[in-house]
Design a protein around this ligand. Structure first.
Ligand code: GLA
Length: 400
């Protein structure tokens, strides 16, 4: 009996202590991260310019609030006396508090990166054995978001390692979005919701539309390759805990259509929207894609339900996302040539067992709005007929 009680107490304290900060990611987090464009080339001046650009380009106005520094912000060694993490003195001569104060002064929030292992993926000091100390460091320098990677973790249990860091962040007391970057190998969607706010579902994205890119010991994934593995995970996402199919490559070399398709699908997936392009010099087209508020509203819908893949035929996919008071429908053309679309609403009953909602246009007529042309395009009384350009989408909002 005594043993049973002590096991029960251990069990309860394990879970109650591990509770993450609640209420800070009720919709998918939005922001900017340095990795996809800059990798090691980050420094104080660039970060300050990026913070300025987030405001002047109206990214902040569109909802992108977190400015996150990825790998390579640190010096090669911890402080020899205190054991604290040290920002690279050449890149960040005035330290991280200075940078985060500047970021905060612009109305933005500040994020940093580290890793559960002994070293980060780029070989900088990892957090293993320093979880509570590092969590205090993040709180002290004003961090609002931590991306926590999974390199150099031999012998570590993923769930326990992320549990420890989650507890350490909670103990440090500053509400911090905890972004698990474990790449999906240990199925974090099955255990990470009590620990963090988002978890990577795959390996690293690259600015390619289809296929994979071989880097020797690992391969980076295209936008469509990642998309193909997300549909089965939809039941694990929801307000406060999101599947993360990796950061955006919009503006990093894809065509305009591909940028639009990538962004639309990440919005349909209720994915975190973390831009990864140089905001200081983005084209008008990239900017208008990243800041399309009507498309972002689909991503940020408070119901927090990830889209379902309704049909797929001849590389033309139809995705449907239930929204709080509406539906979003996205036709995606993966072919290298344009394809006609003909969608008879009344002949397509969409039943979503996850959200327990049914789209039945025989019972309710919806107005249709094309979210990219920003035009009202009739109602569900009439079969929708159009052409989807190659590697592009038509994204519709169905409202009452
Ligand atoms: C891993 C992550 C990337 C990035 C790099 C940094 O590959 O998955 O998103 O953070 O490490 O080294």
């Amino acid at each position: 009996m005594k043993r049973l009680i002590s096991t029960a107490i251990m069990f309860i304290s394990f879970y109650t202590n591990a509770q993450k900060f609640e209420g800070i990611a009720l919709t998918p987090p939005m922001g900017w991260n340095s990795w996809n464009t800059f990798e090691a080339n980050i420094n104080e001046k660039m970060v300050m310019e990026m913070a300025d650009a987030m405001v002047s380009s109206r990214m902040l106005d569109a909802g992108y609030v977190y400015l996150v520094l990825d790998d390579e912000w640190m010096a090669k060694d911890r402080d020899p006396i205190t054991g604290d993490l040290v920002p690279d003195p050449l890149k960040f001569p005035r330290g991280m508090k200075f940078v985060s104060d500047y970021v905060h002064s612009k109305g933005l929030k500040f994020g940093l990166y580290n890793c559960a292992g002994t070293l980060t993926c780029a070989g900088y000091p990892g957090t293993r054995g320093y979880e509570y100390q590092d969590a205090r460091f993040y709180a002290a320098v004003g961090t609002d978001y931590l991306k926590f990677d999974w390199c150099n973790t031999d012998g570590l249990n993923a769930q326990e390692a992320y549990q420890t860091m989650s507890k350490a962040l909670k103990k440090a007391g500053r509400p911090i979005i905890f972004s698990l970057c474990e790449w999906g190998g240990h199925k974090p969607w099955t255990w990470a919701a009590p620990l963090g706010h988002l978890w990577r579902t795959t390996g690293d994205i690259s600015a390619q539309f289809e296929g994979m890119q071989n880097h020797g010991s690992w391969s980076s994934l295209s936008v469509m390759k990642i998309l193909d593995s997300q549909d089965t995970l939809r039941k694990y996402a929801g307000p406060g805990h999101w599947n993360d199919p990796d950061m955006l490559e919009v503006g990093n070399g894809l065509s305009e259509s591909e940028n639009r398709a990538h962004f639309s699908m990440w919005c349909m997936l209720a994915a975190p929207l973390i831009a990864g392009n140089d905001l200081r010099k983005m084209s008008a087209s990239t900017k208008s894609i990243l800041t399309n508020k009507e498309v972002i509203a689909v991503n940020q819908d408070s119901l927090g339900i990830q889209a379902l893949k309704y049909s797929s035929k001849d590389s033309l996919e139809t995705w449907v996302k239930p929204l709080k008071n509406a539906w979003a429908v996205c036709f995606l053309n993966r072919k290298t040539i344009a394809q006609p679309i003909r969608f008879d609403w009344n002949a397509n009953l969409v039943e979503d067992t996850l959200s327990k909602r049914t789209l039945d246009t025989n019972k309710m007529v919806y107005k249709l709005r094309d979210l990219w042309s920003k035009k009202d395009v009739g109602t569900t009384m009439k079969t929708f007929e159009s052409t989807v350009p190659s590697h592009d989408v038509i994204m519709l909002l169905l409202s009452k």
